[in-house]
Design a protein around this ligand. Structure first.
Ligand code: SF4
Length: 283
């Protein structure tokens, strides 16, 4: 699949909605990020461990815990070699690492998913609006795990989170809509989505929430992407400052410079900062 062609993804859509200026720095100027949050590194490493586990299940191979832990550690090291990791106040690297391994081991104690169809599957699908008109730029969705039961596909999305998700978190998210739309376009069938949330509370727990999306939701997704595309084409990029957005934003300095004309986009791109490569990052 050619992923070098322009495409939309859930993370691009949600980034624009969260902070158009951050979208501009990352996806229009291509500014590398100097920092990454400890939570993101933990999430990436847990995803890498889960993918190794699910691949072994799918291939009916021996479940080798050492190999699963190795995938986790390799991903962690890779992220550390690329960016400076910022831990939250009171968190340390060792605590976070242990917490990630604990979450992974907790999931391994759950009944294993059966009827695995695909692991970390990238799906490229055209987007269409509520009028049925196709958009120029397609959508890429990367499903953590796809299973089937009674001829119904389920996309399983894994999250690591400091708190349990509410039903409203899942119902209002565009991510399940992206998955269901991609499956409908590619396989011509409906699908359910199940969130598996690995909750990083003092006593970690596994939370599962199922959700559905319908044709009207997919059309609305197309309408929204079309509106964002228009805004991007017009150069509508502005900061949305909030503690939630800015605390771990890697572009705080360029953001401070924004609007003062002190640095041109070319100057920003030439800043001497490490390249961002997120090969093991979750979508
Ligand atoms: S610092 Fe905040 S407002 Fe500025 S780009 Fe980052 S998220 Fe947006």
């Amino acid at each position: 699949m050619n992923l070098s062609r322009p495409h939309w993804s859930y993370s691009a859509i949600s980034q624009y909605l969260r902070c158009p200026l951050q979208y501009y720095f990352q996806r229009v100027l291509g500014l590398p990020s100097r920092t990454v949050s400890g939570g993101l590194v933990l999430g990436s490493a847990v995803h890498a461990g889960l993918a190794e586990y699910h691949r072994r299940l799918k291939a009916q191979e021996l479940i080798d815990t050492a190999a699963i832990r190795k995938a986790f550690h390799d991903c962690w090291s890779e992220r550390e070699s690329q960016e400076s990791v910022l831990y939250r106040e009171g968190d340390t690297r060792d605590d976070s690492l242990q917490q990630g391994l604990q979450l992974l081991e907790l999931y391994l104690q759950e009944p294993p998913p059966d009827e695995i169809v695909a692991v970390e599957r990238r799906i490229l699908a055209p987007l269409s609006n509520s009028q049925g008109e196709y958009l120029e730029t397609p959508l890429v969705a990367i499903a953590d795990l796809i299973t089937t039961a009674d001829e119904t596909l389920t996309i399983r999305e894994f999250k690591t989170s400091g708190r349990a998700y509410s039903a409203a978190d899942v119902e209002s998210s565009l991510q399940p809509t992206c998955y269901v739309h991609a499956i409908r376009e590619t396989f011509g069938t409906d699908a359910n989505v199940e969130y598996t949330v690995l909750v990083k509370t003092k006593t970690p727990k596994v939370q599962r929430i199922r959700t559905s999306r319908y044709a009207a939701d997919c059309g609305r997704l197309g309408d929204l992407v079309q509106a964002i595309q228009r805004a991007v084409d017009l150069g509508n990029f502005y900061p949305v400052e909030s503690p939630m957005n800015c605390a771990t934003c890697p572009y705080r300095q360029p953001c401070r410079d924004w609007g003062h004309g002190s640095r041109s986009p070319t100057e920003l791109v030439s800043l001497d900062i490490p390249r961002e490569v997120a090969a093991c990052s979750p979508n």
